[in-house]
Design a protein around this ligand. Structure first.
Ligand SMILES: Nc1ncnc2c1ncn2[C@@H]1O[C@H](COP(=O)(O)OP(=O)(O)OP(=O)(O)O)[C@@H](O)[C@H]1O
Ligand SMILES: [Mg+2]
Length: 431
């Protein structure tokens, strides 16, 4: 066992029953309890967070408060679980900023901080996938990436294309897309590319020319992104047992009209994993009913999403939103967990706040954001959130954790990372 079980550890997010049974197995070492928060904060027990059972974790805090850093700490821990547990867990990281490749590089700049914690710099075993079009760029810069990913065209159904093109069934464009997808599928099964969809649109005799031209134009545009391929990465291959896969979607910020791609990637990935897990659960239950015993091969899945308000916005419809809400509502049973980080809880879908069972927060100062998380106020809190925020140490790396299992609010100092931090704040000094 990696961390000795003693009065020095506090395991949170774990039921009393599971604590009795599993002790601190399958937990993430997140930081230490702050005993007194004055000028020189005094640190106490280690905080270990349960990652063996499904959770919805929400990480909030204003800009630069350490949300991405905290995500990295979690991911480092996922790679360091006991092999027996690790084999049952698969982690996927949606990297919206392009910073998590640095998990693969041991920390260099401040090893003294790690020493104080009795820890050593170390790399983390993660697989970093970037969009095909960006692979050259990463390789030229000598950044450690493992490969490219693309989406397999046949994995997109009509609603997904309509979503990407922002058209509905009410419009003739939507109807044409649906006919094109159907006819191509009928002829070619699941191996077709955008060119086949374009031909199907061109040859459609029922649609008017202007509708055909509009849809063909959209497909031609999508082709230039280099994201969709006849034989793309199969989404089901992304969640591998014991593995951490970082999917870098940061480049989709820059190109106009491409933001939808990010949404489609997360939405599709979430949907496939959800369907697969549900199907698997059914088979597993059938085996059990037949007296064959339960035997789970599919890992439980953790999806880490930085800047989560992009995928789960409050006042907009999005494909990823509908899928992730399913994860939140029924993900517990098929073993789907989410860790969402955002600096704008006020822009996040309220279900992502109200349903979280672990709330981790750096300081927040904006009134609307504090109000958004105030709905979480459980009976075991003694004062309002803004009071807690005011009392928090101002230095970096402190977080409040609300845990429904221990029914407690913890003030924690996040442990230093083993790996290089590519998210350091840009500044104009050269020191
Ligand atoms: N626990 C910590 N220990 C030491 N430094 C930290 C810690 N947390 C964050 N930092 C430092 O603070 C800076 C900002 O951290 P980070 O990028 O994680 O913030 P963020 O909350 O994700 O910000 P943004 O909202 O801009 O994405 C970084 O330079 C990081 O190295
Ligand atoms: Mg960040």
């Amino acid at each position: 066992m990696k961390y000795e079980m003693s009065a020095e550890n506090a395991v949170i997010g774990r039921s009393a029953e599971d604590l009795e049974r599993y002790r601190d197995k399958g937990t993430a070492y997140f930081g230490k309890v702050v005993m007194s928060a004055g000028e020189k904060p005094v640190l106490g027990r280690k905080i270990l967070i349960d990652v063996a059972k499904p959770h919805l974790m929400l990480i909030c805090g204003k800009r630069g408060s350490g949300k991405s850093y905290a995500l990295a700490v979690f991911i480092e821990e996922m790679a360091r679980l006991d092999p027996e547990v690790r084999q049952r867990v698969s982690s996927i990281v949606i990297d919206t900023v392009g910073i998590f490749w640095s998990l693969k590089v041991p920390v260099r700049n401040n090893p003294q901080e790690l020493e104080k914690w009795d820890l050593k710099p170390d790399k983390t075993d993660a697989r970093v996938l970037v969009p095909k079009g960006m692979l050259e760029f990463y390789r030229k810069k000598d950044l450690p990436v493992d490969g490219a990913f693309t989406l397999r065209v046949s994995e997109l159904d009509t609603p997904e294309w309509m979503n990407l093109f922002k058209v509905t069934w009410k419009e003739p464009e939507g109807v044409l897309i649906s006919r094109a997808v159907e006819s191509v599928r009928e002829k070619m099964g699941s191996l077709y590319g955008i060119d086949e969809l374009i031909s199907a649109c061109r040859n459609d005799i029922e649609a008017g020319k202007s509708v055909r031209d509009a849809v063909v134009g959209r497909f031609e545009n999508v082709k230039t992104w280099g994201v969709f391929e006849k034989e793309g990465t199969r989404l089901r291959d992304i969640a591998r047992p014991g593995m951490i896969t970082v999917i870098d979607v940061s480049s989709y910020r820059q190109a106009a009209g491409m933001e939808g791609t990010r949404d489609i990637i997360v939405g599709l990935l979430g949907k496939k994993l959800f369907e697969e897990r549900m199907l698997y659960r059914k088979e597993e239950e059938m085996r059990f009913v037949k007296g064959l015993g339960r035997e789970s091969e599919l890992p439980i899945i953790w999806m880490f999403i930085d800047e989560a308000h992009m995928f789960m916005p409050k006042d907009e419809e999005s494909f990823a939103l509908s899928v992730l809400l399913e994860w939140i509502r029924v993900g517990r049973q098929p073993g789907l967990s989410l860790v969402l980080a955002t600096q704008r809880p006020n822009k996040l879908h309220p279900d992502a706040i109200s349903q979280c069972d672990l709330f981790i927060s750096g300081r927040m100062t904006a009134r609307p954001d504090i109000e958004a998380v105030s709905q979480l106020r459980p009976s075991y809190l003694h004062q309002d959130f803004d009071k807690y925020y005011q009392e928090m140490p101002r230095a970096k790396g402190y977080a409040l954790i609300l845990d429904d299992e221990s029914e407690k609010l913890w003030l924690v100092k996040v442990r230093p990372r083993f790996s290089w931090d590519a998210g350091t704040t840009a500044n104009a000094f050269r020191d």
